[in-house]
Design a protein around this ligand. Sequence first.
Ligand SMILES: CC(C)(COP(=O)(O)OP(=O)(O)OC[C@H]1O[C@@H](n2cnc3c(N)ncnc32)[C@H](O)[C@@H]1OP(=O)(O)O)[C@@H](O)C(=O)NCCC(=O)NCCS
Length: 292
Amino acid sequence: MTVRIEGVLEGVGPRVTGWARLPADPARRLRLSVLLDSGSGNVLRLDTVADRHRGDLESAGKGDGCHGFAVAVPAAFADREHDVDVRLPDAPGMRLTGSPRRAIPILGLVTLHAIRPGGGRANGAVDRLRDLLADLVRLHGGSIATAVPDAETIRSWLSVSAQDTADRGWLVAERNGRFVGHCRIGPGWPAAPGSGGLALGIELHPDVRGHGLGHALMRAAQRWADGRGTRLELAVLPHNAPALALYRTLGYADLGPVAHPITGETHRHMALPLPSCRPFPRRLSNGITLVL
Ligand SMILES: CC(C)(COP(=O)(O)OP(=O)(O)OC[C@H]1O[C@@H](n2cnc3c(N)ncnc32)[C@H](O)[C@@H]1OP(=O)(O)O)[C@@H](O)C(=O)NCCC(=O)NCCS
């Protein structure tokens, strides 16, 4: 019989953090092995037990909440890039949601650009965008077959963005030849049809969050949207603290609650009028470069 475990690999910085539990046996504390660079000849194994109390887990109904773990990464690994995976000796073969991941202490060179519709290089870009979307869905534990648009759907959405004044575009952040973040701008919820508002959705791969890239991609989106719409609009879940903090820093106004048209879930509706007045440097901090 397969043992069903629940758990998430959350942080992979100087500490590897997350939680894990066995719903069928809530009092059990699961053993974990954190593997650093497991595919290499230089693998490091750090054993621990998921038994730390976390208020957020308890309030989310995860038993008594004593299912968290946090393992310090030795200094020799902490200052360089490495792969992080987690094995569960009590449930071999099971994976924590959000694993495996790559710990990235220094972001290095990242370019931000808009995907161009059409053949040639654009086709490669669409495939790489799809790879990123699939990776994000896999890390959330979702189904790639139902949650990721196929390349043809992406191409046909992009085909409308051929003109300079088009009201839709897909920006990506590229690092070491891989897309690590994306931001889609165009008509759609929560912007009312015909209002001139453009809806924006952003997501970065968890490996590259917290380095200022989200901020840079949002500013790039602002620059791209200037002259194409009257304002940028987005909907954010009220408990998404990193996103809310970012939007407030960028000057987005909170227009109040708005229900998702399909799930009914309450979001905060936020908007930024265009044109934006702050100048945008081509080369940003952290080696991030803008090529729109
Ligand atoms: C939201 C998101 C795009 C932010 O990108 P990011 O690169 O991690 O953010 P940045 O490093 O640019 O930080 C920008 C600001 O966000 C806030 N922030 C970032 N990480 C945070 C965290 N873990 N907790 C709280 N605030 C945080 C800070 O206010 C930061 O400002 P600072 O520079 O003064 O510290 C990114 O976290 C993400 O992709 N999240 C998952 C998808 C998502 O939630 N999308 C938005 C849906 S509406």
